[in-house]
Design a protein around this ligand. Structure first.
Ligand SMILES: Nc1ncnc2c1ncn2[C@@H]1O[C@H](COP(=O)(O)OP(=O)(O)OP(=O)(O)O)[C@@H](O)[C@H]1O
Ligand SMILES: [Mg+2]
Length: 189
């Protein structure tokens, strides 16, 4: 596995687009790619939450989306790229170039009217047995005090969850959720 040198520059890319389709409402799309370090987890979940803000999601919907994105991104970092020890830049004590493995995580979101599609992908080690990995309480990292509940949360908080993965081919998590199901905003206005 490649290791990242201290002097190497960090990178961040962002693409977006919005498209009106006559008779079909609108589609809105964005993609972000960032380094697979845990410093970026908070950024990732806030970015997706911000992307759907104009749909007036309820606090519960926002929290569900943020949790699901957070779980998927954490998995890409910890399992996909095995950045398991000091996977944060701010982790004290050990030099970053010893512990941070090269890798990027990409989040691609498409809003199709009120339906949010989120793909979280990595090019890491991938999974042999996806069904087993998705079982509640299954973890390959019990020594890190992982509880094996990440996929269960993604499944519970989103309407759909699909996992695509193969050994050494990386992993893509597809999730969808309908936004605006709650009605408390309307009732307050
Ligand atoms: N992106 C990924 N790349 C490789 N393996 C993965 C990836 N995501 C999940 N896995 C595998 O699936 C298992 C289950 O993932 P899940 O998120 O449910 O639990 P966990 O990450 O082990 O624990 P928790 O999420 O509760 O901290 C992981 O232990 C890991 O073996
Ligand atoms: Mg997890």
């Amino acid at each position: 596995m490649m290791q990242k040198g201290k002097e190497e520059k960090k990178s961040f890319t962002c693409h977006g687009g919005m498209q009106m389709t006559a008779g079909q409402g609108y589609q809105n799309e964005m993609e972000i790619t960032f380094d697979a370090i845990s410093d970026n987890e908070a950024f990732a979940r806030v970015a997706v939450a911000a992307f759907v803000t104009h749909l007036n999601p309820t606090l519960e919907e926002l929290s569900d989306i943020k949790t699901a994105v957070s779980e998927a991104v954490t998995n890409a970092i910890i399992h996909g790229y095995e950045n398991i020890h000091g996977y944060s830049r701010s982790d004290g004590g050990r030099p970053a170039d010893e512990i941070i493995h090269e890798g990027k995580v990409t989040i691609h979101c498409v809003l199709d009217k009120d339906l949010l599609h989120i793909d979280v992908s990595d090019q890491g080690i991938g999974m042999e047995d996806i069904d087993q990995a998705m079982e509640p309480l299954f973890t390959t990292r019990p020594e890190l005090e992982r509880s094996g509940m990440g996929f269960a949360f993604m499944e519970a908080f989103m309407d759909e969850l699909e996992v695509e993965s193969a050994p050494n081919q990386g992993t893509t998590i597809h999730m969808t959720k309908k936004i605006g199901v709650g009605d408390w905003i309307d009732s307050e206005e």
